[in-house]
Write a protein that binds this ligand. Structure first.
Ligand code: SAH
Ligand code: SF4
Ligand code: F3S
Length: 441
């Protein structure tokens, strides 16, 4: 049997895809590159905005046709599978297997059922499952906490990945990282909706700051984490980063808006001034830290004045980068049910202005790196011909001439040029190259 998995959404979904692919491999499946060659196609879905949901629908439409033509098992997993919206879509497109994010360990059972198998119940064994290290990879994700205790009014995630934060046992996390290290992985990214909350649900577990120090001492050259929440991004965490050289100097701290009125309607538990205080603490301890954020434009009721507050927050922080989203009304969320959506033109026009702001700041921030040396993890070729692409400890994408970096590895690079999106550089040293048998990245 041959299988193919299509993955939408965030790093959690990428990790889940790897876990399910490993499970399929152990069941004797061969993973294939093309959908046309697969007997089983799993769609790992995202429900955070309308766009990824539309993509899933059009792919499922294509798969249903293929199923009618040549027979095919269609599976849906990921966040959309957990929602009534997704289950209606699965029904319509004749999906055979449906597994919620907490049920992916039941893939074997689902296939053995040889018919329709839908499961959205959470499997307690999931937190203890350790997939084998991805073959030849230099970078890997490791989930540390599942679910979300917050209730941002626009967001589906507490309903898809669980509304109560559950920390993964530290011994399981450390064991997984040991195995990755033994397999040659040089960069580990700790994952969670709110990694800062790690251990809050378990007094017997280390805190996030303590976990960072533990992981940072394991001999993995680079440790990163995603995502932080401004409410519990404590000074203890900032200190742990500052005092642990392996931890990347990159902090992604979603602000969502610069307006207190909007933050209140979003049910974000901090205000603009609290956010800026967090940034100050970060700058005090980590003057070189690269800062990025998430911003939503056109949240219901957002006035021009509210939007101006987001622009001015951007200027006050001077973010290195931002992920900017047009508000998308998601079925079942408080915001979609209680607040009318703004006209699309207003949202699009604000996004354009925000993008201009982001580009100007990113160019200025990126230019500050020209002439400096950065450590770049190169995993493969770049989209631009003749270049190899990687990222540094500040998560900047960095391009170097392909002939200077003949394969995956950790390179020392002198930055020679900057654009709003990229740093360009020349290789001045090789820090680590995987042994030949591992070099597949
Ligand atoms: N747990 C993280 C990220 C969750 S989803 C956090 O709390 O920061 C990633 C990002 O998608 C969010 O930070 C938010 O900016 C954006 N997002 C979530 N729901 C959205 C919606 N309905 N419309 C537009 N953007 C949304
Ligand atoms: Fe969604 Fe808010 Fe939780 Fe982030 S903190 S996952 S935006 S509810
Ligand atoms: Fe990730 Fe999308 Fe789910 S962003 S958490 S896959 S809704």
């Amino acid at each position: 049997m041959r299988a193919h998995i299509v993955t939408y959404g965030c790093q959690m979904n990428e990790y889940d895809t790897h876990l399910v692919a490993s499970e399929l491999a152990s069941l004797g499946f061969q993973m294939v590159e093309a959908i046309e060659d697969a007997d089983l196609v799993l769609v790992n879905t995202c429900a955070v905005r309308g766009k990824p949901v539309e993509k899933v629908k059009s792919l499922l439409g294509r798969l249903r046709k293929e199923k009618a033509r040549r027979g095919l098992v269609i599976g849906m997993m990921g966040c959309l599978a957990q929602l009534p919206e997704g289950q209606a879509i699965a029904e319509k497109f004749e999906v055979d297997l449906l597994l919620g994010p907490g049920a992916i360990t039941r893939i074997g059972e689902a296939l053995a059922a040889r018919g329709r198998f839908w499961d959205t119940a959470f499997d307690p064994a999931l937190d203890r499952a350790i997939p084998p290290p991805p073959a030849g990879a230099l970078a890997a994700y490791v989930p540390i906490i599942r679910g979300c205790n917050h209730r941002c009014t626009y967001c589906v995630v507490p309903r898809t990945r669980g509304g109560v934060e559950v920390s993964r046992p530290p011994e399981v996390i450390l064991k997984e990282i040991e195995q990755l290290k033994a397999a040659g992985v040089v960069e580990v990214t700790l994952l969670g909706q709110n990694v800062n909350s790690y251990g809050n649900d378990r007094p017997d577990y280390p805190s996030f700051a303590e976990l960072l120090r533990m992981v940072g001492a394991m001999g993995i050259p680079r440790v990163r984490f995603l995502t932080s929440h401004p409410v519990n991004f404590t000074e203890a965490i900032v200190r742990a980063i500052a005092e642990t050289p392996a931890i990347a100097r990159y902090i992604h701290l979603p602000a969502q808006s610069g307006s207190d009125r909007v933050l209140r309607r979003m049910a974000r538990e901090y205000r603009r001034a609290d956010y800026l205080r967090r940034i100050e603490v970060i700058r005090d301890h980590l003057p070189d830290a690269v800062l990025s954020t998430d911003l939503i434009v056109g949240f219901p009721g957002e006035t021009e004045e509210d939007f101006q507050a987001t622009l001015s927050l951007y200027d006050e922080v001077g973010f290195d980068h931002a992920y900017m989203f047009i508000y998308s009304a998601r079925p079942g969320t408080a915001a979609a049910e209680h607040f009318p959506d703004l006209p699309r033109e207003v949202k699009v026009e604000r996004l354009q202005r925000l993008i201009e702001k982001q580009k100007a700041w990113s160019l200025e921030r990126n230019r500050a790196w020209v002439g400096r040396e950065v450590e770049v993890l190169i995993r493969g070729g770049a989209k631009e011909a003749g270049f190899a692409e990687g990222h540094d400890r500040g998560n900047h994408p960095v391009l170097v001439p392909a002939e200077e970096a003949p394969g995956p590895g950790l390179y020392r690079v002198r930055v020679t040029e900057a654009s709003p999106h990229l740093l360009f550089g020349e290789v001045v040293g090789v820090l680590h190259r995987p042994a030949a048998r591992e070099a597949v990245a």
